[in-house]
Design a protein around this ligand. Structure first.
Ligand code: AMP
Length: 394
């Protein structure tokens, strides 16, 4: 168990809280503030315990330079709306004299939000000088940025090594929930994987076959597995370098008695466009001129049947090109099936969460993970660098 904020005395101490306020924005406005809302319990706890709170985050990918549209100023405004009784200031920089002066003037129960960490190249390079500058603002470091904790960045790893440290509530909840389900699942335990990044998710399948009872694979990653089985996949997405590995995983799963379910029918098109004519392909084999862009109705039925019988479900990745309404049905139907499971259900990844939200099924899901990439790393069996660096609780 890692040290948590409850194991720390933060009274009158400057606490640097690394959060993930990488919220979606359009024209300077936040379109979804879930990440800010989910951070409030940690912020409120630290404030009531008398911390002088310095909050830092990244936003977008400004690639080490100042990009005005990626300023955290709109986040500061939203924070002020959410915490009307708290004095909140915004520093136009995350290191340097201005930030330091403002940090030193903070009083217990007040917040200073720093400007985007990624305006400096040192953040993503885990540059020791940048980490030292950031650490010099505070006396204690708290990591609650679960969604970024698989990255070896200065504000995640470098700073943690320089100050007494702990994890926040969100981080603790994310890591403990996912690890608990992996280590002590109520069975049958089913993993559903989709999306396009085969190279990322194939290692998840590899790790999970020693833990789950069944894996359902849909979306773009299914076709690498279908190809590995010698099935014609037409023009569908494939990662040729991973076909051999997919074959080994299928063999290993069979040896262990783990079922890997793949699509048995598809919705296809001649090209990846929103208005493409939909071709229903009623078998696993796909004609040469077509690409599969969603799982078909027979697959939805098959997958839903397996999901219905399960007691624990992990789902990451859409079943098709969810962005195009014509190819969103598979993902929506899987979202509905997952929401009906009585046991523990964990959903991660932007598109799967979007499907759950659009159907207003959030309340029916046990845990919606705020960090797609980080949760995948945990499912791969890896230790997150941002968690590893935190001291163990005594
Ligand atoms: P990921 O980031 O790995 O979760 O992948 C999400 C992306 O996978 C989405 O943008 C989907 O459009 C894409 N995707 C899902 N199914 C397919 C498919 N059958 N062919 C191509 N792309 C897909």
């Amino acid at each position: 168990m890692k040290r948590t904020i409850e194991n720390l005395d933060v009274k009158n101490k400057r606490v640097l809280l690394r959060v993930d306020f990488n919220v979606p924005m359009e024209d300077g406005f936040i379109t979804d503030d879930t990440r800010i809302q989910r951070e409030l319990p940690t912020i409120k706890y630290l404030l009531t315990k008398g911390a002088k709170l310095i909050i830092c985050s990244h936003l977008g990918r400004p690639k080490g330079k100042v990009v005005e549209s990626m300023s955290l100023m709109p986040v500061a405004k939203r924070l002020i709306e959410l915490l009307p009784l708290t004095k909140i200031r915004f520093a136009n920089d995350c290191i340097g004299k201005e930030a330091k002066d403002m940090a030193e003037k903070l009083k217990a129960g007040e917040i200073l939000l720093l400007e985007n960490l990624r305006f400096y190249p040192g953040e993503e390079k885990n540059d020791p000088f940048f980490a030292k500058e950031l650490a010099s603002l505070a006396e204690i470091y708290v990591n609650d940025a679960f969604g970024t904790s698989h990255r070896n960045h200065a504000s995640i790893v470098g700073v943690a090594k320089l100050l007494p440290n702990a994890v926040g509530f969100l981080m603790g909840q994310e890591v403990n929930t996912i690890l608990d389900v992996l280590d002590n699942p109520i069975r049958p335990f089913v993993a559903i994987l989709g999306g396009s990044k085969v190279s990322d998710k194939i290692y998840v399948v590899m790790n999970l076959i020693s833990k789950v009872n069944a894996v359902l694979i849909g979306g773009g990653m299914a076709y690498t597995f279908l190809k590995a089985k010698g099935i014609n996949i037409g023009k569908s997405l494939v990662d040729d370098e991973k076909v051999e590995l997919a074959k080994n995983i299928l063999d290993e799963a069979e040896k262990r008695g783990i079922s890997i379910f793949l699509p048995i029918d598809h919705l296809c098109a001649e090209a990846l466009t929103p208005n493409a004519k939909v071709h229903k392909v009623r078998s696993a084999e796909i004609p040469d001129e077509l690409m599969a862009l969603d799982i078909g109705p027979k697959t939805v039925k098959l997958f839903s049947r397996v999901i219905k019988k399960s007691a624990t479900v992990i789902w990451n990745g859409p079943m098709g090109v969810f962005e195009f309404p014509k190819f969103a049905k598979g993902t929506e139907n899987i979202a509905k099936a997952v929401s009906k499971v009585q046991g523990k259900t964990i959903v991660g990844g932007g598109d799967s969460i979007a499907a759950i939200r659009e159907l207003k099924l959030e309340d029916k899901i046990y845990h919606i993970s705020t960090g797609g990439g980080a949760s995948l790393k945990l499912l791969e069996g890896e230790i997150l660098p941002g968690v590893e660096v935190i001291e163990d609780a005594k």
